[in-house]
Design a binder for this molecule. Sequence first.
Ligand SMILES: [Zn+2]
Length: 162
Amino acid sequence: MYDGYDCAWLHRDAANALTKVAADLRTTRPQLRLLVLDALRPQRVQELMWNSLEGTDLRKYLASPDRGSIHSFGMAVDITLIDAQGRELDMGTPFDDLSERSHPALESELLQRGELTSEQIANRQILRDVMLANGWQGISTEWWHFDCGDRIVVRQNYTRIL
Ligand SMILES: [Zn+2]
């Protein structure tokens, strides 16, 4: 679906903010690295994904194409952490797991129900702390997704890639 894009692209502002995250991590957690899972997602790809989920209740995990995704501005990133051996940290679910277990907003509940461990939540918190300290904002439904700055400002001031 990403024909024409040979690697993960971001808007320059988001790329600079992510560079800061990497530098911060190198200082505070030198044993960890960032692993970018998705970055720029052009609007046409967003539409293909939206259409493929027609008739399912999974559309709540995608921004509708009318409204558009912050990914389509190159101002959002899906990201996780890897250790010195290149293994992904255990975040409790895989990337793009479309279940409540991915929801940061439900973590204390999920911990109580035994569906997440405190170590998994601590791993997510490392990621959130370093992202939020460097200009990114998380969302309530996906532990891996971060917007660069305010999504309303992005929609008003940045160009959507079609
Ligand atoms: Zn995302």
